[in-house]
Design a protein around this ligand. Structure first.
Ligand SMILES: Nc1ncnc2c1ncn2[C@@H]1O[C@H](COP(=O)(O)OP(=O)(O)OP(=O)(O)O)[C@@H](O)[C@H]1O
Ligand SMILES: [Mg+2]
Length: 142
């Protein structure tokens, strides 16, 4: 599926709708260059599932766990420099399949992620529109 979001609000609305359809064990890998909107997408998804507007940008390094049922995990592999480094992060808890997992920069540690995941590619920068491509292991009514 491909969509264009002309504003951040458009992207956030889609992310919220998408988030409602997720369940425990789902992994959502978000790729795209710096500033393309990966974190914006995840924040809107988390806010929707937690029914809270107070999700702020976490100052975590690699892994942040939000509450919720199932819980939501957020990994960011941006700073990973080698596959070995990724294995030493102690993020097994996020990969155990009991949560909904969002991953930024998944290509930096792709070997740690399951093959069956939702892959979201974002393109665009600044205040310009974003183009999103979404592939997934099952059809979603979006
Ligand atoms: N249509 C849009 N969709 C998403 N974000 C937008 C849009 N227009 C402007 N923005 C802005 O673009 C920025 C996207 O930043 P964001 O942190 O989500 O990017 P990122 O992909 O997570 O980058 P990084 O790789 O550095 O983590 C935000 O400041 C957001 O307000
Ligand atoms: Mg980000």
């Amino acid at each position: 599926m491909e969509r264009t979001f002309y504003t951040e609000a458009d992207l956030r609305a889609f992310a919220a709708q998408f988030a409602r359809l997720l369940r425990a064990g789902d992994v959502v890998a978000l790729s795209g260059p710096l500033g393309s909107g990966k974190t914006a997408f995840i924040k809107a998804a988390v806010a929707e599932r937690l029914e809270s507007d107070c999700v702020t940008s976490p100052t975590f390094t690699f892994w942040h766990r939000y509450g919720g049922d199932p819980p939501i995990d957020h990994l960011d592999f941006y700073r990973i420099e080698s596959p070995r480094e990724a294995e030493e992060l102690g993020i097994e808890g996020a990969l155990a399949g009991a949560s909904i997992l969002f991953v930024e920069w998944p290509e930096r540690a792709a070997h740690l992620l399951p093959e069956m995941c939702f892959a979201i590619d974002l393109e665009g920068k600044g205040n310009g529109p974003r183009t999103m491509r979404l592939r997934g292991p099952r059809e979603l009514q979006l």
